[in-house]
Design a protein around this ligand. Structure first.
Ligand code: ADP
Ligand code: MG
Length: 246
């Protein structure tokens, strides 16, 4: 058992995320936009779910609600039985830090920090000891195949490598849920596929549940389940292999 397993609560609950009648409206110039519209969704522990849909269909809004980065206008999100809308901001921040990892299209690395220092940020935020931090950083960079690049800054790395650092950072505190918002959107198709395979591999080895938004149809085959969003609603759901070509 590592120091980080201590943060992991009991993994008994089979449904990690349950969203019910989730709605998020934005007010813009006197107009109301319903980005997510009465959406109900259950994500089982250990699943890798792809959320597909064209730009503007509500993928980012949905992921932000599931990951506790945003609050719904109406409806509920339960994370391992915890009702996120009932948590105060600081409780939500703490939950995110320890139990949820995020990856974004733009990588989001801090340019003046090395790969290792970027991965260290979440470990510092939870007050991990220096020796434990060093061991965890080494293990994570090894896992994403970048042990040799620990001291490199983001601009010295390719896009695919930067995203691998971001994956290592997202997994630093041993999250139960990984939210990935178009993680391959800025990569060529080959690096994009490699990143999706890596996400799947590390998710399996670390026992992490993944919700990944993508508009790349070629990548959804790497997930266990595909949800299609249109105008903030789920329009179809299926297994990637058995679903008809679109
Ligand atoms: P996707 O990630 O699938 O491209 P988004 O969740 O970003 O979709 O957006 C869904 C809808 O909500 C779009 O119509 C978008 O313009 C709108 N939207 C998203 N964020 C905001 C915001 N902060 N303010 C106003 N409208 C927004
Ligand atoms: Mg988006």
């Amino acid at each position: 058992m590592t120091a980080f397993d201590a943060y992991r609560p009991d993994r008994g609950r089979a449904e990690l995320v349950v969203a019910e009648r989730l709605t998020r409206e934005y007010e813009l110039g006197g107009q109301t936009i319903r980005a997510v519209d009465e959406l109900t969704l259950r994500v089982r522990r250990g699943e890798m779910v792809a959320v597909q849909g064209r730009s503007g269909s509500g993928k980012t809004t949905l992921l932000n609600l599931l990951g506790g980065l945003d609050r719904p206008t109406t409806g509920t999100v339960r994370f391992d039985g915890l009702e996120l809308t009932e948590l105060a901001d600081d409780q939500l921040t703490e939950l995110r830090r320890r139990r949820i990892g995020f990856i974004f299209q733009s990588f989001g690395l801090i340019p003046i920090l090395s790969a290792a220092e970027n991965v260290e940020i979440p470990l510092r935020l939870v007050g991990a000891e220096p020796a434990a931090r060093r061991a965890r950083i080494a293990m994570l960079l090894e896992m994403v195949g970048l042990a040799e690049r620990a001291r490199h800054r983001p601009h010295e790395l390719s896009g695919g490598e930067q995203q691998r650092v971001a994956i290592a950072r997202a997994l630093a505190n041993g999250p139960e849920l990984l939210i990935a918002d178009e993680p391959t959107g800025q990569l060529d198709s080959q690096s994009g596929r490699a990143i999706m395979r890596l996400v799947r591999a590390v998710a399996r080895s670390e026992g992490v549940t993944v919700v990944v938004a993508t508009h790349d149809v070629a990548l959804v085959s790497l997930s266990d389940r595909v949800l299609e969003l249109r105008d903030g609603r789920l329009v179809s759901e299926g297994q990637p292999m058995s679903s008809p070509p679109v």
